[in-house]
Design a protein around this ligand. Structure first.
Ligand SMILES: *Cc1c(COP(=O)(O)O)cnc(C)c1O
Length: 425
């Protein structure tokens, strides 16, 4: 759909029914699809014609929702995955394998850090973690001849650092590799990383995109801008024939806009099968219809709560890039001029023990591993999501032992503030 407004894309993007067809995206609850002849089926298997044959690889419900997200991000192709973790893994494994290397911001989601530093390292892929605030020369120094990608998070969960996307994109492109950005917290409503030079975007749609705490999911979007054919030796999987698909060369057959996602679908989804269920894709699509309305309210609540906390003498520090005193205020103004997200991080005076006591006394905010949905929730990362990390790793990830992650939902800011006030007192 050719529209420019983000609200219209949220509501109507990705799916345009024909005459007499369902107005809402239909849930295609079927593992398989029927064909009249084996010859037709064979063409699908050789990627010679488009169509569905088995939901482990592709399903129409998922594709409608993925198309909506591609429109929102301004990309050429997208795919849904079963979770954000699967999206992060596929986004890198699609272009890196055993013996390769990736440069990543150190300020990333704890699950991504573990995936990269432990599990993917076990698969033979090495990661170098750099501070998101590092100078361009230090960033350049992290690259090796076998580096295949750069990874970072627009707004890091839970450290709330803001990535200088242009700085990371420039470095990636100087070294002939793409920049992959996890855009979960900002969502395309508040930042479109492709507009700043990123090449691939990933999401945990579990968060604001679904927005209701209803469905775990992920998404990968390709900008179509990275020219893989300029570096055929670096990206042989995209630029040379795939024997498992009768010698198809993805960049030749599907062009710059389709090669990356087609390969991820045809190889990784086929072999790993981390498909999002069509039911969950439907719920995600429903959530996306109000994303633009919800993000505005999440940001208003985040700003109000951050300002209240900053004025409280029971709080030792507050991190929210909408505060003028925040170290990421300037980057926030550049990349997130309309607001960042509803998540605020802060420290309660008295450290870890005081933080846990405070959280236990909140009535509206529930203690949950979850973040970024309609209901306000909070978490103590050092004792939960980030508990595998030692103190040095926690510091590099921007997570102090007293950090409370408070995720403002869609309730009234005045109620959230009263609740925080009574818990602090
Ligand atoms: C939650 C999260 C993930 C992982 O997503 P799941 O859907 O939980 O697998 C990845 N990145 C960020 C920024 C997240 O917040």
């Amino acid at each position: 759909m050719q529209t420019t407004g983000m609200g219209t894309k949220c509501v109507q993007g990705g799916y345009t029914p024909g005459n007499g067809e369902p107005r809402q995206i239909p849930i295609v609850q079927s593992t398989t699809f029927k064909y009249a002849s084996s010859a037709e089926m064979g063409k699908l298997f050789d990627l010679e014609s488009l169509g569905y044959f088995y939901t482990r690889l592709q399903n129409p419900t998922n594709d409608f929702v993925a198309a909506k997200i591609a429109e929102l991000e301004g990309g050429t192709a997208a795919m849904l995955t079963s979770s954000g973790q699967a999206a992060s893994f596929y986004s890198i494994f699609n272009i890196a394998s055993c013996g390769d290397h990736v440069v990543s911001s150190s300020s990333i989601y704890g699950g991504s850090y573990n995936l990269f530093a432990v599990t993917m390292k076990r698969m033979g892929i090495d990661f170098t973690f750099v501070s998101p605030d590092c100078a361009a020369e230090e960033l350049d120094g992290a690259f090796r001849p076998n580096t295949k990608a750069v990874f970072g998070e627009t707004i890091a969960n839970p450290a709330l650092t803001v990535l200088d996307i242009e700085k990371f994109a420039d470095a990636a492109h100087r070294h002939g590799v793409p920049l992959i950005v996890d855009n979960t917290f900002a969502t395309p409503i508040n930042c479109r990383p492709f507009d700043w030079g990123a090449d691939i975007v990933t999401h945990s749609t579990t968060k604001y995109m679904d927005g209701h705490g209803a469905a775990v999911g992920g998404c990968i979007v390709d900008s179509g801008k990275f020219d893989w054919t300029k570096y055929p030796d670096k990206f042989p999987g995209l630029c040379t024939p795939d024997e498992s698909y009768h010698g198809v060369t993805y960049t030749e057959r599907f062009g710059p806009g389709g090669a990356y996602i087609t390969k991820a679908t045809a190889q990784l989804m086929r072999d790993f099968g981390s498909i999002q269920s069509p039911q969950n894709a439907f719920l995600l699509g429903l959530g996306l219809e109000s994303l633009h309305v919800r993000m505005k309210r999440h940001c208003e609540n985040g700003q109000a709560v951050a300002e209240y906390l900053q004025g409280s003498d029971k709080i030792s520090w507050v991190r929210y890039c909408g505060l003028k005193s925040d170290p990421y205020y300037a980057l926030g103004q550049k990349y997130l001029p309309h607001g960042s997200c509803g998540v605020v991080s802060f420290g309660v005076k008295g450290g870890r023990a005081a933080a846990e006591r405070f959280m236990g006394r909140l009535n509206i905010a529930a203690i949950e591993t979850h973040v970024a949905d309609a209901r306000t929730c909070c978490l103590h990362p050092a004792s939960s999501t980030h508990r595998q990390m030692n103190d040095a790793e926690l510091a590099a990830a921007g997570v102090s032992p007293d950090l409370v992650r408070y995720s403002c939902g869609l309730e009234d800011a005045s109620d959230l503030i009263s609740d925080i006030e009574q818990a602090l007192s």
